[in-house]
Design a protein around this ligand. Structure first.
Ligand SMILES: Cc1cc2nc3c(=O)[nH]c(=O)nc-3n(C[C@H](O)[C@H](O)[C@H](O)COP(=O)(O)OP(=O)(O)OC[C@H]3O[C@@H](n4cnc5c(N)ncnc54)[C@H](O)[C@@H]3O)c2cc1C
Length: 502
């Protein structure tokens, strides 16, 4: 965007802003907090349809709270056709999580975020598999990861007793002759992105942002002066207001696709969304939860999408420990938990119907998987838990409904319709509007995604901002895997600030 640090425009009765953020999830609140620090004089308006921040996908019970650093998620280290294990994707995600740790540390230091224990907790990340083929895969993955500085501290074992000392619930009641394998990183995390969103939103408000909860954005159009005109409805009174901005971020989560479509930018053409809902089994029984202190990720079953990888997770929410297992996939056509059954049908447009049909034709496995998941009995769901935790008692667990993931459907570079499991930043050619589609690895990498947005939409200003960006994220623009000394220093300093060291 050819933005200059022009005279700030006043916010107030006429609702003119430099920047409007739509939604108060982790993405918008991260971007708003970055911009407030980079350009303290810019006026920021934020409209959120719910009555507070971080209540949709970013709410701790609507996601799994894993600080995705690619330490235990096996879908980030696939075996290639030549039999070798690729760590490229895992490296990329781990680098991004280091950026998150640095930015969050900076915000703890300067008071933007509160006590780190309120939103991040140290928790070993473990990968766990059984059977010969899977155990061999995990061994090969261990060798491949150990060679990279980012992952050189990985531990690995096939010994039942050692695994039992890492996570006793995995081995109690398990057949001793079963071949099992586990890899462990001691420096994983559990993150409460809802609390983080609320702390960032509160700080934004203190810094002067005009935050309006209970306000739903119903329209987006381009004014004759080139500014974006945002139509907003007060959800309590039904009263409408107009706002305008030089830059708009559509951080609407599952609501982003329809808002970007409403903006009419040509870059959204061809994109569609496919909702998959998540459910988890949860226990708050201290006698069970107290025996497990880890996030343990397994392998997805054949044909299942990556977000269905089963995991047994310790969670810390509002100071309380619990244990969660899942996810079980479900299907509902709404794009947000608070959305409507019409979200999916209304998202179908002439420009994306070909993409949707192409994806439906090429993803029969996914459709079959979803059908099986939706019709799975409670007994079958418990059987999946027993494979991880053989001694689980049925009556300690309740099923909770988590959030909706809207997977991106788009045309790839060869023009083929594809279903994508990552996130996609969509922006207009002039950089005056951008939005985020998709889910994974999502919240954990919000700082990197928002830094990428700044480079894409405010390219002309990034050089001026560089000293500030480097103060916020000391490794900004560098790869820690290539600088082991810096990696060690930053891992230690962020662990100290975020209180992850004990
Ligand atoms: C089951 C599940 C498990 C997950 N597990 C993990 C995990 O372990 N680790 C991880 O890092 N990520 C995880 N994710 C992904 C993560 O939750 C998301 O990437 C992240 O929360 C998205 O943040 P957001 O700000 O884009 O969206 P949200 O948090 O959904 O915020 C969007 C906000 O926009 C508001 N909004 C929408 N439309 C409008 C409108 N028209 N007007 C005004 N406001 C509007 C909504 O009310 C909402 O508050 C998971 C997601 C799911 C569903």
């Amino acid at each position: 965007m050819t933005q200059s640090a022009a005279t700030p425009e006043p916010s107030g009765p006429e609702n003119r802003y430099d920047v409007v953020l739509i939604g108060a999830g982790i993405m918008s609140t991260t971007l708003g907090s970055l911009l407030t620090e980079l350009e303290p004089n810019w006026s920021i308006g934020l409209f959120e349809q719910l009555d507070g921040a971080g209540q949709e996908s970013s709410d701790p019970w609507n996601n799994a709270g894993t600080g995705h650093a690619a330490l235990c998620e096996l879908n980030y280290t696939p075996r290639g056709k030549d039999g070798s294990i690729s760590t490229a994707k895992a490296q990329g995600i781990n680098e991004q999580f280091h950026v998150s740790r640095q930015l969050w540390s900076h915000w703890v230091d300067n008071g933007t975020l509160g006590d780190p224990r309120t939103f991040i907790n140290s928790l070993p990340h473990i990968s766990f598999v059984w059977g010969d083929e899977n155990a061999q895969y995990l061994k090969d993955r261990y060798e491949a990861m150990k060679a990279e500085p980012l992952f050189s501290h990985i531990q690995h074992t096939e010994d039942h007793d050692t695994i039992g000392s890492w996570a006793p619930l995995l081995t109690g009641g398990r057949e001793p002759s079963q071949r099992v394998a586990a890899s462990k990183f001691h420096d994983g995390t559990d993150v409460d992105f809802g609390t983080q969103s609320r702390q960032l939103a509160a700080h934004l408000q203190q810094a002067g942002a005009d935050i309006r909860y209970g306000h739903q954005v119903t329209g987006l159009s381009r004014g004759s002066d080139g500014r974006w005109v945002i139509t907003v409805k007060n959800t309590a009174t039904g009263k409408k207001l107009k706002a305008s901005a030089r830059f708009v971020f559509v951080g609407g989560g599952g609501g982003a696709l329809s808002l970007l479509q409403a903006s009419g930018i040509k870059e959204i053409a061809g994109f569609g969304g496919f909702p998959v809902s998540g459910k988890f089994l949860r226990t708050t029984d201290d006698a069970v939860a107290g025996q497990h202190h880890a996030k343990v990720y397994g392998l997805a079953s054949v044909g299942a999408p990556p977000m269905s990888v089963p995991h047994l997770d310790t969670r810390f929410v509002e100071g309380r420990r619990s244990l969660m297992f899942g996810p079980y996939a479900g299907f509902a056509p709404n794009f947000m938990k608070s959305g409507s059954f019409l979200d999916l049908p209304l998202s179908v447009r002439p420009h994306n119907i070909g993409t949707q049909l192409g994806v439906a034709k090429d993803n029969r496995d996914l459709v079959t998987y979803l059908l099986k998941e939706v019709t799975k009995s409670q007994r079958k769901k418990m059987e999946e838990l027993y494979r991880f935790f053989p001694n689980a008692a049925d009556d300690s667990w309740e099923m909770i409904t988590a959030g909706q993931r809207v997977q991106v459907m788009k045309r790839n570079e060869e023009g083929k319709a594809v279903l994508q499991f990552g996130t996609e930043l969509v922006s207009s050619a002039d950089g005056s509007i951008a939005g985020l589609l998709g889910a994974s690895p999502g919240a954990s990498t919000a700082p990197s995604i928002m830094l990428r947005l700044l480079e894409r939409c405010f390219g002309g200003l990034v050089d001026t901002w560089k000293p500030k960006l480097e103060a916020m994220v000391p490794s900004y623009g560098r790869l820690l895997n290539e600088e082991p000394q810096l990696l060690e220093e930053l891992s230690a300093s962020t662990a100290k600030t975020l209180r992850l060291d004990g």
